[in-house]
Design a protein. Structure first.
Length: 329
């Protein structure tokens, strides 16, 4: 039987894929969007658009009315702009608004999209049980996403049906092109690299994942997840490598003769912070000081959700075909 699912961040990379997959399986989708005129492609596939702002509690409550569950994808991502209040409004207040609306309307479940930048993955524990870092990065993105994560799991501990999904570096086709190619997106980085505009990039391990897989995992969490748990939505273990490595592989798949070099964050911290932004520098520093065991293919996310991501190369082929179809490459 079809359900009505409330989706936030629907114009974004993950949210658009979530909407598309929900529609394809027969669900009704209602999306909160700031400007419906810029979300015509969503309406075109059957998504019901409701105008509103994620930071406005009344807007969220109104848009969520009648929905049976929610997938909360809206987020302000890390980048050169670091206005803490802007990050709080979307990542913290927005999450609280969705959780409040879900409770007010008696939704059966909320799947909240999060991140892994604040978790200590060097303890030897699996991701799904890893503790929060004692000294997490203090960039606005990480600070506000951590606060949202803690709020979600506090509510789960109090009995609300809430769980979190934690994607890696998302790439691949998106419904709303300008959002899928936003300046903070990994698509934009891969495209710039394939165009030869990037010659070096901060070196730290990146857990690449196709946007279609993140959506598939999020919907599986909606259907089969357990309240209070968290799930890691990344690509295959063997497909974790640096941004430069990802660009270089994309160039190889696309038949482009260009390569990018890895860059140690310690080589010129002040200049590199100005070039790449505090969030990426914080991630590079944290990862340089942690030792992580390889992720087993037998993990809670795989067992619970049946999660089986495509290979990086297969995801790149989808991305490259999409970019060429748009005339971007």
């Amino acid at each position: 039987m079809a359900s009505t699912i409330f989706v936030t961040g629907a114009t974004g990379q993950t949210g658009g894929n979530v909407c598309e997959q929900l529609i394809e399986r027969g669900d009704q989708v209602r999306a909160l969007v700031r400007n419906p005129d810029e979300a015509g492609v969503l309406a075109g596939i059957g998504v019901e658009l409701v105008k509103g702002d994620i930071s406005d509690a009344d807007d969220v409550r109104n848009a969520a009315k009648g929905a049976e569950a929610a997938i909360h994808c809206a987020a302000l991502l890390g980048g050169a702009s670091q206005d803490l209040e802007d990050f709080k409004a979307v990542n913290m207040v927005g999450t609280t608004n969705v959780l409040d609306a879900a409770k007010a309307h008696g939704m059966r479940r909320v799947v909240a999209l999060s991140t892994a930048t604040f978790l200590d993955l060097g303890t030897g524990l699996d991701f799904e049980e890893a503790p929060v870092l004692k000294n997490p990065p203090q960039d606005p993105y990480t600070v506000t996403k951590l606060a949202a994560f803690l709020e979600a799991h506090k509510r789960a501990a109090a009995g609300d049906d809430v769980l979190t999904c934690h994607p890696g570096a998302i790439y691949g086709p998106g419904l709303v092109v300008q959002r899928a190619l936003h300046r903070t997106s990994f698509n934009r980085v891969l495209l710039a690299g394939m165009r030869g505009k990037i010659k070096r990039y901060l070196a730290f391990p990146v857990t690449w994942v196709a946007g279609a897989d993140v959506a598939k995992g999020s919907i599986a969490a909606l259907d089969d997840g357990v309240a209070g748990e968290r799930y890691l939505l990344i690509g295959r273990p063997e497909d974790t490598f640096s941004t430069a490595g990802g660009i270089n592989r994309a160039c190889e798949v696309a038949g482009i003769d260009h390569r990018v070099e890895d860059l140690d964050y310690r080589s010129d911290p002040e200049a590199l912070t100005a070039e790449f932004g505090p969030t990426l520098m914080a991630i590079a520093k944290a990862m340089a000081h942690s030792e992580r065991k390889p992720r087993s293919k037998d993990n809670l996310t795989t067992r619970r959700l049946g999660y089986a991501p495509m290979s990086f190369d297969d995801g790149l082929r989808l991305l490259i075909s999409w970019l060429r179809g748009l005339g971007k490459l």
